[in-house]
Each structure stands twice: as structure tokens, then as C-alpha cells.
Design a protein around this ligand. Structure first.
Ligand SMILES: [Cu+2]
Length: 191
């Protein structure tokens, strides 16, 4: 990690040329949105999960010339996706909580999503996610085109991070939600 920071200048030049090649492949695969050309996503993955919640990890490098604010994230495999960080609670335990206002990726910087750190939290999984599955995730920014990420599902036994109070009180199917097609009640994050 520190090595990366020290060698930023040189690595950045190399990363840009490597990125050009990688994106060429992507373009052939049919992705044409602007964000794909200006952002580099490295090793996006989602932890396999049979329950209600899991998380996505990976690195997103902002190679645009300007700061980016992630406005919202969506995926077809879960009801909602939140942006979480790990913080220390009063007892000294690390718990996760939603980031106020979303992640900012400064120009030239990389957002690192990793177990035990920042992550995209999938809540209300529709089906079990098995290793080898591919999950499509769409990241919306405060401006510009959205970024579409194809993340690979992987087994990760150590990925059960402790949840903050909000998650502990998630009581399961208390409202017998049938996963209908009306997602137009936007009451997310009302406190
Ligand atoms: Cu989380």
C-alpha cells in the first residue's frame, strides 16, 4: 500500500498505458459509456452469500481530471446498495456505517474497497450469490455518465464484518415484502 503511494508518479504513467489496452478490450465487448473510458476498475468482486446482505470490493481509479462524487449505486441482484465505511464504536470495535453523502474519488485518486474497509453494501439480496456468478453493478455519479461494473462473485470466509445497530435490528421479513416490481417508494436512509 505504501509502496503504491511512493511510486505514484511512475506507476501512474504505466497504469495509463495499461489502462488504454484494457479499455480497448472493453470497448470491443460493447461498453461505450463515457465513464468506462475515464475510470479504471480493478478486480471488482462480490462476496458469495446465501443470506440477505453482502458487499462488493475492488478498486476504482479516477483518471478524469476532476473529482467524482458517487451519488448512488444499483444492482439487479439486491434491493439497495449503500456506501459503507468501517469505524470504531464506543467499545473499540470496528463496525460499519453508511457514508454521509457518499464516496468522493478525488481526481487521480483510487477508491479502494476491501474487506475490513470501505465497501459497497448490498442489502435485500434477491437470490443466493455463488462463486463464479457475475453481478452487474451501476455506479451513478453526481455528474457525467454512470459506470457499469461486472463483478465476479467469490467465496470469502472472513468477510462477515460486524454490523452497526442499524443492521442488528434488521429483523428479516417483518413486512412480508414479496419483492414486487414497485421500487418507487424511496424511503431509504430516512434518519
Ligand atoms: Cu456494510
Amino acid at each position: 500500500m505504501q509502496k503504491n503511494i511512493k511510486n505514484t508518479r511512475i506507476n501512474k504513467l504505466m497504469a495509463i498505458s495499461v489502462t488504454g489496452l484494457a479499455l480497448g478490450g472493453f470497448a470491443l465487448a460493447g461498453c461505450s459509456a463515457t465513464a468506462e473510458e475515464e475510470l479504471t476498475v480493478t478486480d471488482p468482486w462480490v462476496r458469495s452469500e446465501a443470506g440477505d446482505m453482502t458487499a462488493m470490493f475492488g478498486e476504482i481509479e479516477n483518471t478524469t481530471g476532476s473529482d467524482l462524487l458517487i451519488d448512488s449505486i444499483e444492482t439487479e441482484v439486491a434491493d439497495t446498495v449503500e456506501m459503507h465505511e468501517m469505524v470504531e464504536d464506543d467499545s473499540g470495535n470496528m463496525i460499519m456505517q453508511e457514508i454521509e453523502g457518499g464516496f468522493t474519488i478525488p481526481a487521480g485518486e483510487t477508491l479502494v474497497l476491501e474487506p475490513g474497509g470501505d465497501h459497497f453494501m448490498f442489502m435485500g439480496l434477491h437470490d443466493e450469490l455463488l462463486a463464479g456468478d457475475t453481478v452487474t453493478v451501476t455506479v451513478h455519479f453526481d455528474e457525467g455518465e454512470p459506470l457499469t461494473i461486472e463483478a465476479t462473485v467469490k467465496d470469502f470466509p472472513g468477510g462477515n464484518e460486524p454490523y452497526g445497530d442499524e443492521h442488528d435490528e434488521h429483523g428479516g421479513d417483518h413486512d412480508s415484502d414479496e419483492h414486487g416490481d414497485d421500487h418507487d417508494h424511496d424511503d431509504s436512509g430516512d434518519h
